[in-house]
Design a protein around this ligand. Structure first.
Ligand code: HEM
Length: 171
């Protein structure tokens, strides 16, 4: 039912060498210690499982991607592979893809991050999670600037976080 919760189950198994218990706070999830193609696959699937439940963004994604999810998810895996593994898998152009979404509002980028951050923290050990989140924040800031920025604009503060911030459980 809840894609965020069902995705947790996938991570709770015995796991491979690339995952570890991260916190010692009674949290039994195993977390990725390295970023690889498999970890990115799980990241993308989990994130979209969560964002599809978001009351506003979920509706935007469902409307825009109706009948096209099967092309979108592999594309997003390529995107994150290019960003995190630098393997050149993604050939698209994110800015025009967002500029054409006239319904986007300034606060949507912060909402997107508020879903992305806890997903990353659930999946990756904390140092890696900090790095991935910082990268996503920089991309969100540049998409925000491309979508809403004018000369001298500064992205809203919710598009950055201190590395130590813990955003809680998956949205
Ligand atoms: C404001 C919140 C966001 C919304 C509502 C949103 C929504 C969407 C939608 C609906 C598409 C599919 C466009 C299409 O194929 O017609 C898309 C594509 C994409 N989004 Fe977002 N997005 C958001 C933020 C972000 C952020 C922060 C990132 C990166 C960190 C991102 C990365 C991408 C990429 C790489 C694509 C594929 C572009 C392409 O090559 O076609 N998006 N987004």
């Amino acid at each position: 039912m809840n894609a965020c919760r069902s995705s947790r189950k996938d991570l709770a198994g015995p796991g491979g060498v690339r995952r570890t218990n991260a916190t010692g706070k009674g949290d039994r999830l195993l977390r990725y210690e390295v970023v690889d193609v498999e970890a990115i696959h799980v990241l993308v699937q989990t994130f979209y499982g969560c964002i599809r439940n978001h009351p506003r963004l979920g509706e935007i994604f469902e409307r825009r991607l109706a009948g096209r999810w099967e092309e979108h998810l592999p594309k997003m895996e390529s995107f994150w592979q290019s960003v995190l593994l630098k393997n050149g898998a993604y050939k698209g152009k994110p800015v025009p893809a967002h500029l054409k979404q006239k319904e986007l509002m300034s606060a949507d980028y912060g909402e997107w991050l508020s879903v992305f951050r806890p997903v990353v923290r659930e999946l990756f050990v904390s140092d890696l999670a900090d790095e991935i989140i910082a990268i996503a924040e920089r991309i969100a800031q540049s998409l925000w600037l491309a979508t809403f920025g004018q000369a001298g604009s500064v992205p809203p503060p919710e598009l950055s976080s201190k590395a130590s911030e813990w955003s809680g459980s998956c949205w």
